[in-house]
Design a protein around this ligand. Structure first.
Ligand code: ATP
Ligand code: MG
Length: 356
């Protein structure tokens, strides 16, 4: 099959890590007889430098005409003093919006060979864990009405948590669909004992669930969920939650895996289109030194194959190759421990390609 992939290398280590991910996709193409057509486009600080804007119209157009987007990372100290609307990060927020991406999928997988990196006691993580956080991305407190007003007690400020039934329904559907491709288990996380928005959220979850009764659903309050993630992470499979709670819980879950250089993510909307990127930033401190870990970006391409192209076998081949590289003891600096084999970014990429 033929797939068009827009590639946004971005800033800092972005170009290095996306280069390795593209090489892995090309190998998968050869092995399984698919053709991936890559188009490189600009966004972030490098786009600002060359075009005067962090998100050129051409980038939006090419992304919209692609089947999926692969993004490295944007931003860095060089652009920190630009006005808000010209900042590299703004380009990223805007592109998600332009592309209608409302679901952020963040797996937190503890690979067995990396279990020393997990801060939890060994008996809690026997066999590793594999959690997938589905976070609502375009609503809630981040986008609700906000402002300041003078009150008797001085200046006050407010942010409104607002969710409509269709907004909740579409994110919950995504979570159930993903659960069907995994282990048929969803945990909904809200704060319905206190928040009216959470009460509506939970009503919609239960209503939508009527169409997915083959999936096991349970509910947790967010404070309890934050605790349970540390107490017993293995109880979770797919988690679905709001923009705000998802922001916090996905960071918490990712820390349990111990390495920012290992975790991929996807942003999805209606249909199959998606944007795939590592959860880490542009890491300017190690850019251009062949030191960065490319595995988060490589694992992002596995998500692309799974969610946008329905190529489960090929996705699994990439994930298995990554596991094999780790099992054989190869490590970039961020995941290095004594007795393992330190390699650079390019060598790590080459190893994954050779194990596919
Ligand atoms: P952002 O605001 O874009 O999320 P940040 O400043 O929060 O960026 P990162 O750019 O992710 O954070 O960097 C945080 C730390 O993690 C840095 O020390 C960086 O070198 C390290 N780091 C990030 N990504 C990787 C990677 N792929 N491989 C190795 N180290 C990494
Ligand atoms: Mg950050």
């Amino acid at each position: 099959m033929n797939f068009n992939v827009a590639v946004i290398p971005g800033d800092g280590i972005g170009p290095e890590v996306t280069e390795q991910a593209v090489l892995v996709l090309e190998k998968i193409g050869e092995l399984y007889n698919h053709s991936f057509n890559f188009t490189e486009v600009l966004a972030g600080g490098s786009a600002y430098d060359l075009k005067g804007t962090p998100l050129p119209q051409e980038t939006i157009d090419i992304c919209k005409n692609s089947d999926a987007v692969l993004l490295g990372a944007v931003g860095g100290p060089k652009w920190d003093n630009l006005p808000g609307n010209l900042r590299p990060e703004k380009g990223l927020l805007q592109i998600r919006k332009e592309l209608g991406l409302y679901a952020n999928i963040r797996p937190a997988v503890l690979f067995d060979p990396l279990k020393e990196a997990c801060p939890l006691k060994p008996e809690l993580i026997e066999g590793g864990f594999d959690i997938c956080v589905v976070r609502e991305l375009t609503g809630g407190m981040y986008f609700g009405e906000k402002g300041r007003k003078e009150t008797d007690m001085g200046m006050a400020a407010y942010d409104t948590e607002l969710y409509s039934e269709p907004e909740v329904d579409r994110i919950v559907r995504k979570a159930f669909e993903i659960a069907r491709k995994r282990n048929n288990k969803v945990t909904n996380i809200d704060k319905m004992n206190v928040l009216e928005s959470s009460r509506l959220w939970r009503e919609v979850v239960n209503k939508t669930y009527e169409e997915y009764s083959d999936v096991t659903l349970n509910h947790l309050l967010v404070d309890n969920a934050a605790m349970q993630l540390i107490r017993d992470p293995k109880q979770f499979d797919v988690i679905v939650t709001t923009n705000m709670f998802g922001d916090i819980l996905s960071d918490e879950a990712s820390m349990l895996t111990g390495s920012i250089g290992m975790l991929p993510s996807a942003s999805l909307g209606e249909g199959k289109f998606g944007l795939y990127e590592p959860i880490h930033g542009s890491a300017p401190d190690i850019a251009g030194q062949d030191k960065a870990n490319p595995l988060a970006t490589i694992l992002s391409t596995a998500m692309m194959l799974r969610f946008s192209f329905d190529l489960e076998k090929e996705a699994k081949a990439i994930e298995d190759a990554v596991l094999k590289v780790l099992s054989e003891g190869y490590r970039t600096k961020d995941i290095y421990s004594k007795g393992t084999n330190l390699v650079g970014l390019k060598e790590m990429g080459r190893l994954v390609v050779s194990f596919c």
